[in-house]
Design a protein around this ligand. Sequence first.
Ligand code: ADP
Ligand code: MG
Length: 623
Amino acid sequence: MADIIKLLPDHVANQIAAGEVVQRPASVVKELLENAIDAGASTIKLIVKDGGKNLIQVVDNGKGMSPTDARLSFERHATSKIQKAEDLFNLNTKGFRGEALASIAAIAHVELQTKMESDEVGTQIKIEGSKIISQEVMVTPKGTSMLVKNLFFNIPARRNFLKSNHVELRHITDEFHRVALAHPGIAFHYYNNGSELFNLPAVNYRKRIVQIFGGKTNPKLVPVEEETQVVKISGFVNKPEFAKKSRGEQFFFVNDRFIKSPYLHHAVVAAFEGLIRPNTYPGYFLCLEVDPGTIDINIHPTKTEVKFDDEHTLYALLRSTIKHSLGQFSVVPAIDFDQDPNLNTPYSFKDKEVELPKVAVDATFNPFAESTSKPQGNSGGAKGYSNFSKPSTKGWENLYEGLGSEKEDGNPFASIEFESEVITGSIFKDENVEEESATTTFQLRRKYIVTTIKSGMVVIDQSRAHQRVLYEKFLKNITIQEAVSQQLLFPLSLSFSTADVTILKEIQGQLTTIGFAFNALNDDKVEITGVPLQVTESEVGMVLEQLISDYQMEIVGDSFSQTDILSKTLSKTLSVKTGAVLDNASQLALVNDLFACKEPGLSPFNKPTYITITENDIDKKFI
Ligand code: ADP
Ligand code: MG
């Protein structure tokens, strides 16, 4: 039989390798930015169009390449960064595999222009799907420009697999953040579809963080500094009170390379033990410098994981250093001497004239008409338990109906028979709500509402139940667009990072349907003039931040509907929490509202909201 094994042609091998190196436009951005840094650039420009699907360009003022190097750079395993295997253990560059350019050129249209300082003229090379189209002498400035067009043009399956432009752009922006944070001494410019997203002059680390994440970040930062023989730790952690429920601004850099390390993350969280609420996470921007010989960055093709020789020592050092910084911070308030005062004033306010506050009065407001026309009473209580103490009018009527006349229709408790049905009518005539409800519900360990039914009792998880109530309410509001917005007396100005504003813009439509009103929504200024009834002014910032981070995380997964994310986040953020004391009226209102829901048994996150314990169950325990 004839031999059947053949060596794959280079372009095929490159395409296969590309599958590993280039997952999406953001991977190309990462590789090109890293090459520019390795080339010693002091200014780097990133230009993308259509989420990077149609164009990515990185221009640097680094050392450039000779004509021969320019041609060679597209060969597989062609690198100037290592020569022998031992070099792998003493890496000072980002790249070393010599695979990136070969892979990118295999699956896109690439145009390279490059010139070394010492050369008179530069080189231009065009490659499409590994095929050299042209190589010419060209007048160009010192440095390199790498233009990547039509990514995956020859692999339609991969191209179709890409997400929408804004999702791809977000991945690119994440990558850009990581690189820009690791190199505050390099100036970066970032343009998307012709508009400038970031313009970051070279600064120190703290200012780079502020440049990227906005002026509100600055007062949150606590400096962390420690130098030992094993590692030099520097950077910042956020003050404990700014810990978030979601993972967000958490960055580890090892020798200027962004890495992910669940183990070291744990060390940071451990340092915050006792200072932050459970299930919240501190933000951090930490740089570790170690001897390159003590780490192995070779274990992951996209190189975000690193293996340390002595992880345990690192863990302990990191934990104690952060603890120490936090301790110092709570005794001596951090004074930042090189703080730029301009960072504290949003520029939009700098030259702004003083405006007289305007007071908006709703002339049609009638406090006595409230119970029937305004939705806030029934199934409300959204603002937290305090709101429950308002009479939940419609709900109460239902309750009385059901109990008093024993009519079942319209009774939210139709599926559950309440023991209180046997209570004599005289109690229902009683005006004192408190006393009446005391007979039907009580709160257990500030966590559960217990109420009796004919066959035994129901134990309701107060937080989950309230989430369900709010979730259905918000879903309904968004769907039928009947949300009531409360006008703020003074517009509320909040500051968000550029990336956050992009997300807010994406969901602005939905935010409006649930009652948010924006006066301005752009990079310099987010001004809010109206909020949903259930949200208080002081909660607005928190709610929006939570929304942004949930939206970001959800986008990574596949299934998402903006409406659903929005409703879930709002219900989670605004629901009463475990630990909140609920008075009897609130307890009853919650029970009432829960069983008026379409799906009372499950929280929006698919957890049970209540359990029933029957008389039978109890009897069994007494055997
Ligand atoms: P690696 O970065 O792993 O060496 P690449 O395929 O990314 O592999 O790049 C191959 C080579 O091309 C690099 O080693 C470097 O010599 C050269 N090169 C790539 N980009 C640039 C750039 N922007 N400026 C100067 N040289 C570059
Ligand atoms: Mg490289």
